[in-house]
Design a protein around this ligand. Structure first.
Ligand code: TI1
Ligand code: ZN
Length: 564
């Protein structure tokens, strides 16, 4: 079928970059209707203004001329109030913003924009128009005061989140006609912001004739519906791969949320909407702020970073559950919370003591960090550590904290190639294949610059970084223990010491046991070695006074990296 270009559009096309036609020709008017109201939601075409009228007069003449389409019986000047008049000098056009009113009281949610060309002709109208407004019977006398209405809202907010000592900024309160579920109310529309005890941007619609709450919602953080149905959901991960995962559906609205209630108290994934890292970390740690729910009208989710965070959190949860019978990060079933889209192009991920945070990466150095299973394993392991040894994030204990996060993060990955021993390879430098942020098998193959004499990550205690950047080198010296973990698992000869590898299944159990039963917040590298030998001895006892092969491998591995 041949596409017919309407005359107005054709005229505008000849002017390239300009959005509006300068030489108008008459074109058939195109009207789209609001499905509920059955009145126009847009009118595109050219309505010729009468000669010699002002812009405002032209606007009202236009609105009056559409009375039958708008199903209005009254006077357009009474029905529509001008709230803004803007001139765009680029296009020589004037843009009116109006709201509908009833007896001079504005109608909530009813706003229109009307665009006029330099000759006052109307070429576009958008908005919602209430049918039969002049004939409606709506109370217009408030018997409840503004202050009383604000009190009702405050009391209801505090019933939900506890005492609020301080509301941020002014509390907005406007008397409006509020159309809700087919009825029109005279209502106070109240907007109040809180940050403590919970962040909220509260909206209340209080009936001005009796003080009842007609409707309310929190525009910051929508809470999950009360009894959602568990559902299988799908979506593309950050690599464009179709994934299946657990979510929930609100039976009333049909909305789906990235909450998996099948794993202990749940795996819940949020969208931080690019809130800055520092602000997010503070709001999250102090107030439990997580960002917005990831919501979808169907069981298909369209946020790949969120889908990746969600499926990877499920995988890490399962790893700890199946391998160590651990019930979530605290072993008491705690809810696992992740927020994606932290900051702007943030090249990092973190555990802030309460939840996981993932940046989107800048696209060069890293892509969405939630796509790396080892990254998620790393961050969630910090959650396990803070509930067990609680290694201090400083110096050697900090390096062990980082190292255990890397080691468990690697074990979680079910890879058989070198990728298993690289950190973050799946999200690292998309243009360079086969590299990663750190290497456990050969830390010294990766350049970090500055910290060490060689400029490469240290793979021996003698090479350790002693400065105070990076909390005393927590991401630098982690490599020394990482190398020991690699040697223990895979075997090899390092600094002239040969280690017989014991394999992943044994190594992961020993590390987990050392972490959960022996290490403390101040443990150093030497204590790590002791904790490992103790854990191994528990599981693989000495025979006839001679250490088991497992204990021997640990001794050799730590000898090889110079830790005694
Ligand atoms: S726990 C977190 C600390 C970041 C602090 C910033 C507020 C961390 O260690 N993040 C990992 C992320 C990671 C993990 C990336 C595995 C890739 C693979 C990390 O190593 N971050 C590096 C970039 C760093 O912070 O130096
Ligand atoms: Zn870390």
């Amino acid at each position: 079928m041949k596409k017919v270009i309407p005359a107005v559009l054709a005229a505008s096309l000849t002017f390239g970059g300009l959005a509006f036609p300068l030489n108008h020709t008459f074109a058939a008017e195109k009207v789209k209707y609001d499905q509920q109201l059955k009145t126009p939601s847009s009118i595109i075409g050219l309505w010729k203004a009468p000669e010699g009228v002002s812009k405002q007069e032209a606007l009202y003449a236009f609105l009056q001329s559409k009375a039958s389409l708008f199903k209005s019986t009254g006077n357009a000047k009474d029905q529509f109030k001008i709230v803004k008049e803007q001139v765009d000098s680029n296009t020589n056009t004037t843009h009116f913003r109006t709201v509908e009113q009833y007896n001079g009281i504005p109608i909530y949610g009813s706003a229109q924009t009307t665009a006029l060309d330099k000759d006052n002709n109307v070429f576009a109208f958008f908005g919602k128009v209430t049918p039969n407004l002049a004939r409606a019977v709506i109370p217009t006398t408030a018997t409840v005061s503004k202050d009383e209405a604000i009190q009702v809202a405050k009391q209801n907010i505090e019933e939900q989140i506890g005492e609020v000592n301080y509301y941020d900024g002014d509390i907005d309160s406007d008397l409006m006609i509020y159309p809700y579920k087919g009825k029109n109310y005279l209502a106070y529309v109240i907007k109040a912001s809180t940050s403590k005890p919970e962040p909220g941007y509260w909206h209340y619609f209080i009936d001005a004739t009796n003080g009842n709450i007609i409707h309310s919602f929190n525009a910051i953080q929508e809470a999950l519906p009360e009894n959602p149905d568990p559902v299988q959901a799908r979506g593309m991960d950050i690599f464009g791969k179709l994934q299946t995962f657990q979510a929930v559906k609100d039976p009333n609205t049909g909305a789906h949320y990235l909450f998996d209630g099948t794993r202990s108290k749940g795996v819940h994934t949020f969208n931080a909407m690019h809130l800055g890292t520092d602000i997010f970390i503070i709001l999250s740690a102090l107030l439990g702020y997580t960002g917005d729910e990831v919501k979808s009208p169907s069981n298909f989710f369209y946020d790949p970073a969120a889908v990746s965070a969600h499926i990877n959190a499920e995988k890490v949860y399962d790893y700890y559950q199946k391998t160590f019978k651990r019930n979530s990060l605290d072993d008491k079933g705690m809810k696992i919370i992740s927020s994606v889209h932290i900051g702007d192009k943030w090249n990092n991920a973190a555990w802030n003591g309460k939840q996981m945070l993932y940046g989107d990466g800048d696209g060069q150095r890293m892509i969405s960090l939630s796509g790396g299973l080892d990254v998620i394993g790393h961050e969630m392991t910090h959650g396990v550590i803070s509930n067990t040894a609680d290694l201090e994030y400083e110096g050697e204990s900090g390096a062990l904290n980082e190292s255990l996060a890397d080691i468990m993060g690697s074990f979680i990955e079910n890879k058989t190639d070198e990728g298993l021993w690289l950190m973050g390879e799946d999200i690292w430098t998309p243009d360079i294949p086969g590299d990663g942020l750190r290497s456990l098998s050969d830390p010294a193959s990766v350049y970090i610059g500055g910290y060490t004499e060689s400029g490469y990550y240290p793979d021996h205690y003698s090479q350790r970084y002693l400065g105070d950047q990076d909390h005393g080198g927590v991401h630098v010296n982690s490599s020394i223990n990482n190398k020991a973990a690699y040697l223990l698992t895979q075997g090899g000869t390092h600094y002239g010491v040969t280690v017989q590898g014991i394999g992943k299944a044994k190594a992961e159990k020993i590390f987990y046991r050392a972490l959960t039963l022996y290490l403390t917040s101040s443990s150093d590298f030497s204590q790590m070695r002791q904790a490992m030998t103790q854990a191994a001895r528990d599981l693989y006892p000495d025979k006839n006074g001679a250490p088991s092969a497992e204990v021997q491998a640990i001794n050799d591995a730590y000898d090889a990296v110079g830790v005694y």
